[in-house]
Every structure is written in structure tokens, then in C-alpha cells.
Design a protein around this ligand. Structure first.
Ligand code: UDX
Length: 470
């Protein structure tokens, strides 16, 4: 009998949010396609949602069918399954920060002993605060996956500089230009991430702790292409090994379509889109977590009607408040729109954005949504709500010129919403947005071709990883 060969084993523990799960699953598939064994861990409540949405208990069974070595497992986050993590989001985040590390530590200790032929390394989300300590304790190579743009990474990485100059906390009434962060030409305090504006923001506290750890990571992977953030990435490379390997959600030949990532059942949009002319439909969605007010929803609803543009709108449960999910749309709205619009609770966003009928995206600028729109060459109307979204907006509108800001970033009103929608979908502004969006789409798509920048960076990372482990 042939002797069993040693094999690399990536231990991957995803952050329990849709915007992090998607790139994480795709990265797992990519590493598996390179011959790694993957131990992929979901938290139990995420597994429960996935199983319900997809009627399946084993998320990677089809990938294994195509020969990939993926061992899927679940762990508890230490809270009862009944605990409403959406309703108590902040409390939950604090729990993940303070209590979850001990659970992960135990899990990793057991996982690395399970199979003596596997040579383990850790792949963890940059926003977790535990990876550096766990990697150090078990002597594992530590790979950190950053799922947002390099600009956001760099600003948190250089938090000490922003604090020294009094830009954290940043005060709304004093708009200033920041031009001292290495690799960041200039950014207005208005465009900083929301969590930099408070003195004692828990998210900033946890990210600060996470970034202390990330400074000890062996490799940092970014979900962007080098060409689009080259200065920022080059500046970061002076400190540590950074690899731009995106857009991760579009890796090819990965059986990716067979993997259940969506936490909610998806409504079918293709039949409705089939009868619509190319570029005529606006897609509207604010991602999986962000919340807005009923007033904003109402102004957007009437703005859509006034614009007379056809639309698909994801009105997610919880978009306004987790207590009162129902009736967020104006009364009778669904009757008013007739065949002009399709309102759904969730969809396969990439499929919708890839449809030739879709010509614009009104988005909250979550990073996955942004990069998915860029991949499809779809111009954006940006309505950033929180976290990194204001900073992502800056990249889309000011740097890459592939989007416009909803109501110029001021309070949302239906008349301007309608005007913005019309400018994005037709006329001179639309033409210029589309031209730029096409250029960015080509950059992204070329990056994943054989010998494209992300393809090369991934190979470089993988070779460096193997060299470090052996
Ligand atoms: C979160 C943060 O809010 C965001 O700021 C950060 O950049 C990433 O983490 P989220 O708000 O959910 O993410 O937004 P986004 O990053 O856009 O991720 C949403 C994901 O859900 C996308 O991959 C999108 O394709 C998917 N989606 C969304 C669907 O599949 N169907 C939908 O109906 C809506």
C-alpha cells in the first residue's frame, strides 16, 4: 500500500455574517483546488440558517463530489441557538470578541491533532481578535483574510496616526483632508468609516485589538485587484506581506455555484428580467445587515415611482428594525408599481447583477456588493449607511468614477432620488459612468485570467506559504 503523503490543512473559521461568509467560502474552494485539505468551520446558528435556506445539512458535499478535500464542521459560539443575534447585534459582537476566543482555542487544539498526516495552518478573518494568539500558541502559520478595500485596511492599520492628529474621533462639524497616511493620497474626514467618529465605539475597540494581532500575521490577503489600489497596497507591503487576490467571489472553476452560501432562500428574478430591454432595470439592495429608517425607504419608494425606471428591490426582513419588520413600504405601494417593479426578500445578487437587463445598482456600498457590481460593469448609486460603506463610496464615486452619491450624501428626498436614478440609467452622466464601469470591469476580469495580477498574486502567496511551512 502506498504511503500516505503529508498534506497542507487550512483551518478556516468564518465570521458569522453574509458579507464575510461569501469570500471565505470561495477562498476555501480555491485553496482546496490547490490541493489543501480544508477544515471549514461555521458557527452553529449560521449552519442552522444555511440548512434551512438550502435544505441541506452538508454544505460542501458537491464540492467533495468533484474531488475537493473539504471537511465541514460546526461549533457553538457559546450562546444558546435561540439567542436573537440580529436583535442584539452589539451584545453579540462583544460576546464574539470576549468569550468566543476560548472556544476557538479549544477547537483548534483538537483539530490539529485529528490527523497526523495533515500539516495545519490558520486562515482567519482579519476582524477577529483571536488569530494571532491561537497561531502563536499552536505554532501555526497565520493567514489573515481582509474582506474590505485596502484603503479601509490602511486607515485602521494607521489608527495611531489618525489619533495623534486628532482625527479619531472625527467630528462631523470639522471637515478636514487627511494626507499623511502612507499610500493614501488624500481622504476627507467625511469619508472615514463610521466607527472612527465615536470615542468609545465597540467596533473600533475590537478592530484595534484585531489589527494589533494582524501586525503579527504571516500573510494578509485582500479582496481587491492590485491595479485599483496599487499605492495603498505598495505602502502596506513595506510592513508586511500583502497579496491582492480579488475579486474572490468570482474565482473560476471552483464548483462555487454548488456551494450554499446564502443565509436566506433566494427569490427567482430571471423570468421577470427576461422581458426587459438591456440595461433598463435598476437593482436596489442594502446588503445583509445595514438598517435604515422608514422615512428613507418611503422616499426611495416614491423616487423609484417618479423615475419611471423599472426596478428589482430587495426589501430584506430587518431593513428598518428587527422588532417591526412588516409594512416598511408605503401603503399600497405594490399595487402602485404594477409591472414596473419586483419586490423580493432576497435573491442571488450575482445572478441578478450579471443579467443584461440590469443597468444600475442602488447600493449601500457594502464591499461585496461594490465589487460584484464592478465585476458586472454596473454603475452604482451610492447610499452608504454605516461601517466601511462611506469609505467604499469614496473609492466608487471619487476615485474610480463608476458611481454617483444618492442625493449628494445629504438627506434623501424622492425628487432627487428620481433624478439620480434617471442620471444613472440614461443620458450623458450614465454614458460616462458606463464607460468607466467597463474599464474597471475589464481590470477585474483580467486580474483573474491566467497570469492576471490576482492569479499571479495567489500563486505567489501559495508558494510563499508552502515555503514558510516547510
Ligand atoms: C457587511 C458590511 O455591512 C459591509 O459594510 C462590509 O463591507 C462587508 O460586511 P453587508 O452589509 O452584508 O456586509 O454587505 P455586502 O458586503 O455587500 O455583502 C452582502 C452579500 O450578500 C453580497 O455578497 C451579496 O451578493 C449578497 N446578497 C445580498 C445576496 O446574495 N442577495 C441579496 O438579496 C442581497
Amino acid at each position: 500500500m502506498a504511503e500516505r503523503q503529508h498534506k497542507l490543512q487550512a483551518i478556516m473559521i468564518s465570521v458569522p455574517f453574509q458579507g464575510h461568509i461569501n469570500p471565505f467560502v470561495n477562498l476555501a474552494l480555491k485553496l482546496a483546488s490547490k490541493g489543501c485539505a480544508i477544515t471549514f468551520v461555521h458557527l452553529q446558528h449560521i449552519h442552522q440558517k444555511l440548512s434551512k435556506a438550502h435544505n441541506s445539512d452538508d454544505l460542501f458535499s458537491e464540492a467533495r463530489g468533484s474531488g475537493l478535500d473539504i471537511r465541514y464542521t460546526t461549533i457553538s459560539d457559546g450562546l444558546p441557538l435561540e439567542f436573537d443575534r440580529d436583535l442584539h447585534a452589539e451584545e453579540y459582537w462583544v460576546h464574539l470578541f470576549r468569550e468566543f476566543p476560548a472556544i476557538v482555542d479549544d477547537f483548534v487544539g483538537t483539530a490539529i491533532e485529528a490527523d497526523p498526516y495533515l500539516v495545519p495552518f490558520l486562515v482567519a478573518d482579519t476582524v477577529y481578535a483571536w488569530p494571532a494568539a491561537v497561531a502563536e500558541k499552536y505554532k501555526l502559520v497565520n493567514v489573515s483574510l481582509w474582506t474590505e478595500p485596502a484603503l479601509v485596511f490602511s486607515l485602521v492599520y494607521h489608527e495611531h496616526l489618525l489619533k495623534e492628529r486628532g482625527h479619531i474621533p472625527c467630528k462631523d462639524d470639522q471637515v478636514q483632508e487627511i494626507n499623511y497616511v502612507p499610500g493614501v493620497e488624500s481622504i476627507s474626514t467625511n469619508d472615514l468609516m463610521s466607527y472612527l467618529s465615536e470615542t468609545d465605539d465597540i467596533l473600533l475597540e475590537t478592530l484595534s485589538a484585531a489589527f494589533k494581532g494582524v501586525k503579527k500575521a504571516d500573510f494578509i490577503l485582500h479582496n481587491i485587484v492590485h491595479e485599483l489600489e496599487s499605492k495603498t497596497l505598495s505602502a502596506l507591503n513595506k510592513y508586511q506581506l500583502n497579496y491582492a487576490i480579488g475579486p474572490i467571489n468570482f474565482y473560476k472553476n471552483l464548483a462555487a455555484n454548488t456551494i450554499s452560501k446564502s443565509l436566506v432562500s433566494e427569490s427567482e428574478c430571471a423570468p421577470w428580467l427576461a422581458s426587459k430591454p438591456p440595461g433598463s432595470v435598476l437593482y436596489v439592495s442594502f446588503g445583509s445587515i445595514a438598517q435604515t429608517s422608514k422615512h428613507v425607504i418611503e422616499e426611495i419608494a416614491y423616487g423609484l415611482l417618479l423615475s419611471e425606471v423599472k426596478f428589482i428591490w430587495v426589501v430584506r426582513a430587518g431593513i428598518v428594525s428587527f422588532d417591526d419588520d412588516t409594512n416598511v413600504l408605503p401603503e399600497g405601494f405594490e399595487d402602485m408599481i404594477k409591472d414596473k417593479g419586483l419586490i423580493i426578500p432576497w435573491c442571488n445578487q450575482i445572478t441578478v447583477l450579471s443579467d443584461p437587463a440590469v443597468g444600475g445598482f442602488l447600493t449601500h456600498c457594502g464591499w461585496n456588493s461594490t465589487i460584484e457590481s464592478m465585476w458586472c460593469g454596473v454603475p452604482m448609486i451610492c447610499y452608504p449607511i454605516t461601517y466601511d460603506q462611506p469609505t467604499n463610496r469614496k473609492l466608487v464615486v471619487d476615485n474610480w468614477k463608476i458611481g454617483i452619491s444618492l442625493c449628494d450624501g445629504k438627506s434623501v428626498n424622492r425628487k432627487e432620488v428620481a433624478e439620480n436614478i434617471k442620471s444613472c440609467m440614461s443620458g450623458t452622466c450614465s454614458k460616462s459612468l458606463r464607460q468607466e464601469a467597463k474599464k474597471v470591469k475589464d481590470i477585474l476580469q483580467n486580474a483573474l485570467e491566467v497570469d492576471g495580477s490576482s492569479d499571479r498574486n495567489f500563486d505567489q502567496f501559495f508558494n510563499d506559504l508552502k515555503a514558510k511551512i516547510n
